[in-house]
Design a protein around this ligand. Structure first.
Ligand SMILES: Nc1ncnc2c1ncn2[C@@H]1O[C@H](COP(=O)(O)OP(=O)(O)OP(=O)(O)O)[C@@H](O)[C@H]1O
Length: 233
């Protein structure tokens, strides 16, 4: 495994990435040859209609799903030759994922939702670190509340704290404002960008909200498993 020369500037490099799911008899081609370079510290929005392949692309770039073809190099590490354990190690501490708030575990408090993944990753100060991160997203007074006791915006802030707490170099956010009203969504995005800047991380946001996409420095548009356009702001 060798690092390409431009590891210093490129966070993610995807080359001719394909993804086929479904069965062997009836494969469904979901990603159809994606080429994408994402620079370090960049903020990039992947915009596209429902079913265009945005979440699938995020899954492949974040190492949750393996590409069927092509190559994915993240932080200079080629995912291709890695076995499951090596891939999990490569993701740990490097990739932060902010999902929609409903993915919080309902039986755990806000603090536990953030701390337990840190603890599982071997952080000896998991609870202190989690409390710090929740305080940074304005939830220092809600540490022991369960998700059902929090508003939608507060739950999304817990999801941000959970994604950002391990100090990732790349943050992936899938529809982070999906279930929020416009004002709450804008506040959540302010917070996501603030945490991105504090961490000096690269940020990739999946959305079908053009207003959210405009907050990023670069917008890539997908349709039917392909990138069909891009613009820089
Ligand atoms: N496991 C699977 N098997 C077969 N097809 C799948 C599978 N997972 C996703 N798909 C299909 O792949 C396509 C892309 O899905 P994906 O979730 O990546 O789109 P998306 O752009 O993120 O959509 P949305 O905005 O609705 O979340 C869809 O047509 C979906 O039905």
């Amino acid at each position: 495994m060798h690092a390409p020369a431009d590891t210093d500037t490129i966070a993610i490099r995807a080359r001719n990435v394909t993804l086929s799911l479904g069965t062997r008899e009836a494969p469904v081609e979901i990603l159809k040859g994606i080429d994408l370079d994402i620079a370090r510290n960049e903020s990039i929005a992947i915009l596209g209609a429902s079913g265009s392949g945005k979440s699938s692309l995020m899954a492949v770039l974040s190492g949750l799903e393996r590409a069927s073809g092509g190559s994915v190099i993240v932080d200079g590490i080629d995912y291709g030759p890695l076995d499951e354990d090596a891939l999990a190690r490569a993701r740990r501490g490097r990739i932060g994922i902010v999902l929609q708030a409903f993915h919080l575990l309902p039986t755990m408090t806000a603090l536990e939702n953030v701390a337990v993944p840190l603890e599982l990753a071997g952080d000896p100060d998991a609870f202190a670190r989690a409390a710090e991160e929740l305080t940074a997203v304005g939830l220092g007074h809600r540490l022991h509340h369960y998700p059902a006791q929090l508003s939608g915006g507060e739950q999304q802030r817990v999801a941000i704290a959970r994604g950002v707490a391990p100090g990732p170099t790349i943050i992936f956010a899938d529809e982070p404002t999906g279930n929020l009203d416009a004002a709450t969504g804008a506040a959540v995005i302010d917070l996501l960008f603030a945490r991105k800047h504090a961490a000096g991380a690269t940020l990739l946001i999946i959305t079908h909200d053009p207003a959210l996409a405009e907050r990023c420095g670069r917008i890539v548009e997908m349709k039917d498993g392909r990138i069909i356009g891009e613009r820089r702001l």
